[in-house]
Design a protein around this ligand. Structure first.
Ligand code: GLU
Length: 304
């Protein structure tokens, strides 16, 4: 007789970047992540993605927490701040460097733009691999000279290694998608993104690395986030395989657009949660509307 498998304790999360005030789309996303966990008797966590020193602002952190609380979004445990986890990111970078999959890249944004051969990937121009071919002596010399550099992953070699680790080399790398109807396995195509940056010149880790490490450290089992981050899930899956991390299930919700069809942005203050509060909106009514897919002032999901 086989023993019944214990149901997994679901852990979801909301992971805003403190680069502005939250808008109703963020509130909708956070409520969905919380409701998903609540319905399963699970746990909802909050992570502040504040390692982008040029765009993150401490005052936005306090505002985000205030806006979420006002809307009735609640989370369990400590809030995780990426700015306090840089040692973990550095250790993972060391580990990846030791596998020989990373290389320093000295190119500026302008160098990359100027490269006429750069093809386009899901997130824009794909890095043409200029610095991949530098020899060890040249790399060492430029680092010793103090040349600013990022660290990129050699995606071709990384994918071969990740596939060998994840599936014993028996097939492509896959990630699990979930929705109300169940799960589906999606084939990951990290090669389409080229040699992405894992450590930036101006930040200790890229979003891809910090997000992947944090989801694992926080025990996240189900990631719910916007569809703009769907394609990068392929990169996150690759990093999970290389760093022996568990792979959560993913669901990507549509982004919201305004009455003119423009994607909501943190800069469009009119639909900020704080603005609705200032107008005297009742938070329970707003949360009820968002849960029912009713949005203020002509806002709607992009695909609808
Ligand atoms: N910090 C990202 C954002 O605010 C979300 C990252 C994620 O959910 O994976 O868009």
């Amino acid at each position: 007789m086989t023993r019944p498998v214990a149901p997994q304790h679901m852990v979801t999360r909301f992971a805003p970047s403190p680069t502005g005030r939250l808008h109703v789309g963020h509130g909708w996303s956070a409520l969905m992540a919380m409701d998903l966990a609540r319905a399963a008797g699970g746990t909802m966590r909050l992570r502040i993605e504040d390692i982008d020193g040029t765009r993150s602002r401490p005052e936005h952190v306090a505002a985000i927490i205030e806006d979420l609380r006002w809307l009735g979004v609640a989370w369990e445990g400590e809030i995780i701040f990426q700015s306090q986890r840089t040692g973990t990111y550095a250790a993972a970078l060391d580990r990846l460097r030791a596998t020989g999959l990373l290389y320093p890249c000295f190119c500026t944004r302008a160098d990359i733009q100027a490269s006429l051969t750069a093809p386009h990937g899901p997130e824009g121009p794909v890095y043409p691999g200029t610095c991949r071919g530098l020899n060890a002596a040249e790399r060492a010399r430029r680092i010793a000279d103090g040349d600013a550099h990022a660290w990129r992953i050699d995606m071709g070699r990384a994918l071969a290694m990740a596939e060998a680790r994840a599936g014993g080399g028996t097939g492509p790398l896959r990630w699990r998608a979930f929705d109300d109807d169940g799960d589906a396995m999606m084939t990951a195509d990290p090669l389409a993104h080229g040699d992405v940056v894992l450590a930036r010149k101006d930040a200790p880790a890229s979003y891809h690395l910090s997000c992947t490490l944090d989801d694992a450290a926080m025990g996240v089992t189900h990631v719910l986030r916007g569809t703009d981050l769907r394609s990068v899930t392929d990169i996150h899956r690759l990093l999970q395989a290389l760093l022996d991390l568990p792979s959560p299930a993913y669901r990507h919700h549509p982004l919201l657009v305004d009455a003119q069809g423009r994607r909501l942005a943190k800069r469009s203050g009119a639909i900020a949660i704080a603005a609705l509060r200032a107008q005297g909106m009742d938070p329970h009514a707003l949360a009820t509307d968002l849960r029912a897919g009713r949005f203020p002032v002509g806002i709607r999901p992009a695909s609808a």
